[in-house]
Design a protein around this ligand. Structure first.
Ligand SMILES: Cc1cc2nc3c(=O)[nH]c(=O)nc-3n(C[C@H](O)[C@H](O)[C@H](O)COP(=O)(O)OP(=O)(O)OC[C@H]3O[C@@H](n4cnc5c(N)ncnc54)[C@H](O)[C@@H]3O)c2cc1C
Length: 737
């Protein structure tokens, strides 16, 4: 218990220390929930803050939730991201219009933004005191208030029952509470300054890599984020720690960065003129679930180190976190403390923040500066450029939305509600990838679109509706499981046997991460399902793994007959799709239809796999940038190839190996031998078997299932047609066969 006799100048049920985005969002929510809340902020607002001023769509949504639509609507819209390598090469990735959420990013200066957020908290009833908080006052782990210093009152006390520390990246309360903790040996710093530019700025986030000092590459990036047509936030941020290169003094590095922009990209900016001074600060990385609560003291925002360790984004997390912590404080006030739930809750919501980037940063630094790992790009003297280029610039823009896939379009044409659900599943899957597996984001998102993801989810949603249901919440979980589970197969196929060099080791490390992600997600998605359904899905997943083995056993074997090929397909995906279709029927309240649906799903999987084999051979896959015949070149033969291998000439072509730059001769040979017709005939037969399986079942909407089966055949037919007319088609329906 504090025995000090200084004056108590204010009282509140909850004191929030810091009026930045985290503190203000927390106070706003507490006030909404009817709590008596006081924000204690040391600076007079509006106050400035070192920041890139970048506002992501998630952040914009949070601002709108605080009724700050005007702030977002007046913000400077950003329509793309441009990666710049060595001030010479650049690549623009335009943000795609997304069907379910705001696709814009923005920039907003922190002065007006933070002032508006704090204003929103005050409008909701939060009070504000301008004073510096020096330490918490505790009675055991029970909060009694905070010790403050204000210009008006000098040393004083503010009494409170609960305390939220939102006092930023250098949080004093965090230190005072003893939850500062180790940071894995790495720290991140950033600096920015505003500039006026002579030339009109492109409305994109410009990222400059590599950052270097004394010719060695550093993990970090420089940025130019426009706040208007001729005004921009220039800045840089980098990671520092053992094994991470030798950064120079931050101001020197920043001055060099600005000089390089003028000297080497003068045409882009014209003359640049500083507005005001530069401002630097540590970046709040190093989140840990065990360090965001101490008794009745809650930490949030940068005080809890809630900045993304890869991008440096923190405002959105501060806003979402502030809101969430407010709800936990409210719950604690209503029903008492229930363990240290805050950390677990935030960690679950933002798994990416807890990522330990130390190893990744060290490997990247080593690769950048080793000189040999990436080869040379012929134009650059810096050894790190090829590696940085591979990591940052060689990312092809692509649209990971299912609505653009043939299956997505089919569902949209059949049933609006199912299409909305399919979008929601797609959205959740992409979000999960973004936050949990950012290192392998590109690869996983591509697999999700070009792999069997949409087919499985669409089967669940349409099967349930065909049975007369569709609204049951567990169906979304099942659809998610159906989307993730088949990904394990293409992921495992990318493992490099006996890796010999660093990139191959990294590849395999990536595969482990991806497999872990996919399996964890597939299991988590089933959380709300009945036990029996979970057991069935587990067995189906086991079958998929056996299928992967069968595919690899048969690699380069053109003597495997049609029967073996169909058995492999069934083991690989028939069991899984059959299971999810059957479980969907049960969840939709029609257990008596589970059996015919199970048979339908099995044959449907076969039809889709056979169609995918034809599409992949003839038109390849634009999403994953696979040329026609890519899988054949790697020894995975689809049915048309196996059928055509009756022909001795084609076998000779297979022995010689397929040249992906010119696969037309091979494809022509498959066509001439009747292989395509055979493949299409099997695909048609499988679709017919699927429809026959449910022909006598008393379905409410049988046309949905028929349309899904027919679409596999149509897609195969279309690709045969477009290959004949020389056109490339879009995406595959499912993975390789
Ligand atoms: C250079 C740089 C660039 C960045 N760029 C971006 C970007 O482009 N986009 C993005 O989303 N994020 C960016 N971030 C991260 C982002 O700035 C933070 O994540 C965000 O500001 C966190 O909000 P907060 O409310 O937790 O902390 P802050 O915004 O730091 O607010 C903390 C508040 O607490 C007050 N305070 C501190 N100590 C006390 C005390 N003892 N008593 C009373 N009050 C106190 C401070 O005055 C301050 O107002 C960047 C960070 C840096 C350093």
């Amino acid at each position: 218990m504090s025995t000090e006799t200084v004056e108590t100048i204010a009282e509140a049920e909850v004191v929030v220390v810091g009026g930045g985005p985290a503190g203000a969002a927390c106070a706003a929510r507490l006030a909404e929930l009817g709590r008596d809340v006081l924000v204690v902020e040391k600076s007079e607002f509006p106050r400035d803050k070192a920041c890139g001023d970048g506002i992501t769509p998630l952040c914009a949504t949070q601002l709108r939730m605080l009724d700050l639509d005007w702030l977002v609507d007046d913000a400077h819209p950003i329509t793309g991201l441009r990666g710049n390598l060595d001030y010479r090469h650049s690549r623009m990735v335009r943000f795609k219009r997304k069907p379910v959420r705001d696709w814009h990013a923005y920039t907003i200066g922190r002065c007006p933004m933070d002032d508006a957020i704090l204003g929103a908290a005050r409008e909701r009833g939060a009070r504000l005191l301008t004073a510096r908080v020096d330490r918490p006052l505790l009675d055991g782990d029970r909060v009694t208030g905070v010790r403050v210093h204000s210009r008006e009152h000098g040393e004083a006390v503010v009494a409170a029952r609960y305390l939220v520390a939102a006092d930023g990246a250098t949080s004093r309360l965090r230190r005072e509470l003893g939850v500062d903790g180790p940071e894995g040996g790495i720290r991140t710093y950033g600096i920015r300054q505003y500039f006026r530019t002579e030339r009109r700025l492109d409305p994109c986030y410009d990222i400059y890599v590599p950052l270097e000092h004394n010719a060695s590459g550093l993990v970090g990036y420089g940025w130019v984020f426009p706040l208007g047509d001729h005004e921009a936030n220039f800045g840089l941020g980098y990671v520092e720690g053992p094994g991470l290169g030798e950064p120079g003094p931050i101001r020197e590095m920043f001055a060099q960065f600005v000089k390089n922009l003028s000297l080497r990209l003068g045409e882009r900016f014209g003359d640049v003129e500083p507005i005001g001074k530069h401002m630097g600060s540590p970046v709040g990385i190093g989140f840990s679930s065990s360090r965001c609560q101490a008794g009745d003291v809650f930490l949030v925002g940068d005080a809890a180190r809630m900045t993304d360790p890869i991008t440096g984004e923190g405002i959105a997390y501060a806003l979402v976190g502030g809101r969430r912590i407010a709800e936990l404080v409210d719950r604690t006030a209503r029903i008492g403390r229930n363990g240290l739930v805050a950390g677990k809750d935030l960690a679950r919501r933002f798994p990416r923040l807890g990522m330990n980037v130390a190893s990744f940063a060290r490997v990247t630094t080593q690769m950048m500066n080793s000189g040999g790992a990436g080869g040379t790009d012929g134009e650059s003297e810096q050894p790190h450029n090829p590696t940085v280029k591979r990591l940052v610039l060689n990312v092809d823009p692509f649209d990971p939305w299912w609505s653009a896939t043939p299956v997505g379009q089919l569902v949209t044409s059949l049933d609006e509600d199912a299409a909305r659900e399919l979008e929601a599943v797609n959205h959740e899957a992409l979000d999960a990838i973004d936050v949990t597996a950012p290192f392998v984001r590109e690869a996983l998102a591509k697999l999700l679109v070009s792999g069997a993801g949409p087919v499985g989810a669409a089967t669940v949603l349409l099967a349930a509706r065909a049975c007369g249901g569709g609204e049951e919440p567990a169906l979304r979980g099942l659809a998610r499981a159906a989307a993730y589970a088949p990904l394990i197969e293409p992921v495992l196929a990318e493992v490099v046997d006996s890796p010999k060099d660093a990139p191959e080791h990294l590849n395999n490390a990536g595969i482990v991460l991806m497999s872990d992600f996919v399996l964890t997600r597939a299991w988590a998605a089933q959380a709300g399902l009945p036990l029996e359904a979970t057991r069935e899905l587990a067995e189906a997943l086991e079958s998929t793994s056996s299928g992967v083995h069968m595919v690899h056993e048969d690699r380069y074997d053109w003597t495997q007959g049609t029967e073996r090929h169909l058995a492999t397909i069934d083991t690989l995906s028939g069991r899984l799709l059959g299971t999810v279709a059957g479980v969907a029927a049960s969840l939709a309240g029609a257990p008596e239809l589970a059996e015919p649906l199970r048979r339908y799903g099995r044959h449907l999987a076969c039809a889709y796999r056979l169609a995918a084999g034809i599409v992949e051979l003839l038109v390849g896959d634009d999403v994953s940038a696979k040329a026609p015949g890519y899988e054949v070149a790697r020894g995975f033969y689809s049915l048309p190839v196996l059928a055509a291998a009756r022909d001795a000439d084609l076998r000779r072509l297979l022995v010689r190996g397929l040249d992906l730059d010119d696969s037309s001769g091979f494809i022509e040979a498959v066509r001439a031998s009747g292989g395509l017709e055979d493949g299409l005939a099997e695909c048609r037969a499988a679709a017919e078997r699927a429809k026959a399986a449910v022909a006598d079942a008393p379905l409410v909407r049988p046309e949905l299932l028929a349309a899904l089966a027919d679409s596999a055949v149509e897609h195969a037919e279309r690709s045969i047609g477009s290959a004949t007319s020389g056109e490339r088609e879009g995406q595959t329906l499912a993975g390789k066969t």
